[in-house]
Each structure stands twice: as structure tokens, then as C-alpha cells.
Design a protein around this ligand. Sequence first.
Ligand SMILES: Cc1cc2nc3c(=O)[nH]c(=O)nc-3n(C[C@H](O)[C@H](O)[C@H](O)COP(=O)(O)OP(=O)(O)OC[C@H]3O[C@@H](n4cnc5c(N)ncnc54)[C@H](O)[C@@H]3O)c2cc1C
Length: 391
Amino acid sequence: MGPPHPPIELADVLHRAEKLAAEVVRPSAEATDREAQWPAEALGALQREGLAALTVPAASGGLGQGLLALVRVCELLGGECASTALCYGMHCVGAAVLAAKATPDQQKRYLEPIAAGEHITTLALSEPGTGIHFYFPQTQLHPDGGDGFRATGAKTFVTNGDHADSYVVSTVAAAPGASPHEFSCVVVPQGAEGVTWGEPWDGLGVRGNCSVQMNLENVPLSRRDLLGEPGDQIWYVFNVITPYFLAAMTGTYMGIARAALAEALGHLEARVYSHGGTSPAGSAVVQHRLGELWARVERTRQLAYAAGDMGDQGGDHALELLFSAKAEAADCAEFVANQAMTLTGGISYRRGRRLERCLRDARAAPVMSPTTDLLRVWTGRSLLGLPILGD
Ligand SMILES: Cc1cc2nc3c(=O)[nH]c(=O)nc-3n(C[C@H](O)[C@H](O)[C@H](O)COP(=O)(O)OP(=O)(O)OC[C@H]3O[C@@H](n4cnc5c(N)ncnc54)[C@H](O)[C@@H]3O)c2cc1C
């Protein structure tokens, strides 16, 4: 383990992230999207800057930051490249899951290498069979007769694909007589025996996230690869995975919304008609539309920051705020990207333009689980005092 990072303030984290986003992420964003290539250079730079240790506790050499920091760093990255923000965000969520109940051995094997900028992790929860219901895994964890297990199943849309060094995988107990609800999280190292990968990701948007299917066939795991206790997965889902995932996604989609708004503003400031030197910026209709977009972005952004802050402090309605922030950020990114396309006219309605990428990237927001519909339902159920998973 290298020397621990000195404790740093959020302002310093954001300063580093903003500089890196402008200097490293921005120049390669277009190629990352066009070639659907994993943003290796950006992730390497995030590791070298210590930012890949964002959610690793300070005791393990990390930055010890929480949900608000994750919202804000992903917002800065997502404003340049949604693929980079998503890859980074899933790594930070995975790191938070690893940290939540890490044994000394897991701290040494995972958290310290992440803090040293030498290890990328990610989440492998979604399955082809259960779709958006990622909290009900069907990947089976069989006891192997000794003190180990064998994992068999398939995970879809694994962000970071085979570029990660480890995978946080959700499973269900397959021991004879085990409860059908005994779900556990395990960590599968890169290169584990029995893991194979599906076809490369060719998505409509977030094309560099390299989401691929991970097939697990009798993958050998030991007791030291189990996170927490057998049956802990639902605890992880609502106490760690969901809050951190929502924070990362909220920030990423706010970044897209802000980038789309900036494109619209830039176009309106520059466009001058040859007949009489007028500009669309002089139109009251355009001014009104721009004002509406700005307010939409700012109010959603305030909600996003409040949700992260409240989540860190464990305040009243923290979970409902996080649910709503991701749902609102998803709606905001789609709405603003779409409206900005209108304000920038036919000039933007072309392949390869920044707004085209914003629009395609934003379209992933409502389908990434928890989906916008699920989050609205969960918020309502929580406000009514009903269990969140009702059916
Ligand atoms: C770019 C991208 C990256 C991703 N990265 C990851 C990752 O890193 N790790 C990971 O584990 N997963 C990841 N996912 C998976 C994602 O979170 C979803 O679980 C997955 O997209 C679900 O897809 P599906 O086609 O199986 O949806 P289905 O389950 O078939 O659902 C289709 C649609 O039906 C509707 N629907 C279904 N059930 C309900 C219900 N009860 N209430 C309301 N509406 C409902 C929704 O509109 C939903 O969008 C990623 C997905 C994308 C697109």
C-alpha cells in the first residue's frame, strides 16, 4: 500500500476533476463514442489523480468521500463524456460496496489497490432473465463441499466489461434447503476460471462503457470472496448499491443536461442572419425557451446536490430524494438535449455533432435500473410507509 492520500476537501476533489475533465476527457470524448472504445486514458488519469479512490475510506488510503462528491465528480465528467462518467461511476459504486463490510483481507486485496490507483472494479448485477429487477438475482451460489462456492449464471450490461480487475456479483443461495431469498454479493476477480464474455457493446449511446454479458460457469470462489454475511445482498442493495448508483447516475445525467444547455447557448450567441444582421437570440420565443431550459437544469441540479448531501448525512427522506434526483436528472437530460436540438436548428441535426451525442447518451437514463418508473413508484411506496419492493 502506498502512502495514504492526505484528507482533502470536496473543493479540492472538484478542482482536480474539473481540470482532468477539460484536459484529458474532453479531447478523447468524440473518439470514445465513435469507436465505442473503453476510455482507458481517462480512467488511468483518474487513477493517477487519486480520484478513483473517491469512495474508498481514508483508513484504506482513499479519499473517504460520499454521495455528494460522487454526484459532482460524475457531473463534471458527464459534461464531457458520458461513457467516462459511467465507467468511473460504476467503479466508485463497486468500491463503496467492497468497502461497506470489508474484512481486513478484502481491504488489502481490493481497497488498498484501488486507493493506489491500481485496481478498477465494477458492478455485475443485471441478468438477462430478471431485466430491470436487478435485486432478484438468479445467478446461483453452490457450496462446493469445502469452505468455498461455485457461481453459475449470467450477468448483462456489465459496465467496464472485461477491462475491470474485479466484479461485484449478486447471487442466490443454491444449497439444498436454502431460502429462495438468500441473496449474497461476491467479488469475482478478473481472469477467474469459468468466466466468459459476450459480444462487444454496440450501444446507441454511452458507447464507450463497454457493457457486455458476463457468463459464469462453475466459477470457484472462497469464503474470503463473500461480501458481508450470506444473505446480506438486500442490505447492500438499499444501503450502498442503490444510493451510490443513483448518485453516480444523477451526476452523469446532470452533466449531459448542462452540456446540452451550453451547446444551445453557444449557438444562440454566435448565430447571426445575413439578412439584416438579426439573431435567433433576439426572438422572445427563443429567449423564453432558453430561460425554461436553464431553470429546468438549475432546479434539478439543486435537487441532485441536496440528495447527495442529505444521503451523506442520513437525513429525513434521504432515500426518496436520491430516488427522485435520478428520475428528475434522467427526465432533465432527455428534455434539455431534445429542446437544445430544436434551438440549434438543422445545424445540430447532423451525425457527429455534440448534441447528437447528448441526445443518444441521455436516452439510456430512463432504462438504466432502477428505471425512472421504478423510482417514482419506490418514492410513493416509501412515502406511504410501504415496503419499497412490494411485488
Ligand atoms: C448503458 C447501460 C449500462 C448498464 N450498466 C449496467 C451495469 O454496469 N451493471 C448492471 O448490473 N446493469 C447495467 N445495466 C442494466 C440496466 O440497469 C437494466 O437492468 C437493464 O437495462 C434492463 O434491461 P431489460 O432490457 O432487461 O429490461 P426489461 O426488464 O425487459 O424491462 C423493459 C421495460 O419494461 C418496463 N418495466 C418492466 N417491469 C416494470 C415494472 N415492474 N414497473 C415499471 N416498468 C417496468 C420498463 O419500462 C423497462 O424499461 C446497464 C444498462 C445500460 C443500457
